[in-house]
Design a protein around this ligand. Structure first.
Ligand code: FPP
Length: 267
């Protein structure tokens, strides 16, 4: 049985996702189940996230993106929102040194301008200090909403067209991707915990060809065993990116007129 310090032997190190995204759901229910206040679930959830980041580094996964606070989360009770803002700031203060030492590059996705000023300062410091690190990319989505992100990207592109820097024909998928917070780095695997199976306005553009994995585990319980299971499932999937590999091979192997052979396969 693996100790989980290194990549479990049944996983193929050459077929790991390069970029994993997580929707960390179920903190409140985890706490409720234990008769604890909801915020205890968030505190434990932050520890789980830290452990997952370390695991990504240990197992050779180069990027982790976590949905920490959505634009809709402002609708939660003020005490919970305040707790989360303080938790983000405290975690950054406490963990920055170690993350920097470990070669983590931290970035934040979202509209950061409306976050508390002291949190904004910690965020800027963390991004500046770790900007040249290369061991693992850690992206934290705070005050993030995907539709809003796409609108902002379109506005930036439209401004460039208006100024004559771009023609409408130069507005391509790749150009839009470059104007998103993730700048063209799409996740290969999305994990959502707690049994919910929705995207909740997270990375709608970037997840176009991403494999999705849903588990009933609450986020604070998402440990290396759970991650192992998610990665094993990922490796069992056949990622075709819209191509029909088997059909193409079948058409080539029968050696007939391509259109007729494809029609036969569909029939
Ligand atoms: C969703 O669970 C969780 C959140 C909205 C907050 C996630 C934040 C953390 C895990 C802390 C991360 C820390 C850092 C430093 C980035 P929920 O509250 O909706 O749970 P429920 O659905 O059971 O109520």
């Amino acid at each position: 049985m693996s100790s989980y310090a290194t990549l479990p032997a049944d996983l193929n190190p050459h077929a790991l996702p390069k970029h994993v995204a997580v929707i960390m759901d179920g903190n409140g229910r985890w706490a409720n189940k234990r008769g604890l206040p909801r915020v205890a679930g968030h505190r434990q959830g932050a520890k789980t996230l830290k452990a997952l980041l370390r695991c990504c580094k240990d197992w050779g996964i180069g990027a982790l993106t976590a949905y920490a606070f959505s634009t809709e989360n402002w609708g939660r009770p003020t005490a919970e929102v305040d707790f989360l803002m303080v938790l983000f700031e405290k975690m950054l203060r406490k963990e920055l040194k170690e993350m920097h030492r470990e070669g983590v590059r931290i970035r934040f996705l979202g509209d950061l301008s409306t976050l508390p000023a002291s949190l904004q300062r910690e965020i800027s410091r963390a991004m500046e200090e770790t900007a040249n690190n290369t061991a693992v990319d850690f992206n934290v989505a705070i005050n993030y909403g995907s539709r809003n992100e796409i609108v902002q990207a379109c506005q930036q592109v439209a401004a460039k067209v208006e100024q004559g820097q771009l023609t409408p024909a130069e507005v391509t998928e790749s150009l839009i991707s470059q104007h998103l917070y993730t700048a063209g780095c799409d996740p290969d695997l999305l994990i959502r915990t707690s049994g919910e199976q929705r995207l909740s306005n997270f990375l709608l553009w970037q997840l176009a060809y991403t494999e999705m994995y849903f588990t009933d585990a609450f986020w604070p319980d998402f440990d290396r065993t759970e991650f192992h299971q998610a990665l094993a499932t990922f490796q069992s999937r056949d990622r075709r990116f819209g191509n029909a590999k088997d059909a193409v091979v079948a058409v080539q192997s029968v050696g007939q007129d391509t259109v007729a052979a494809q029609a036969a396969l569909i029939a």
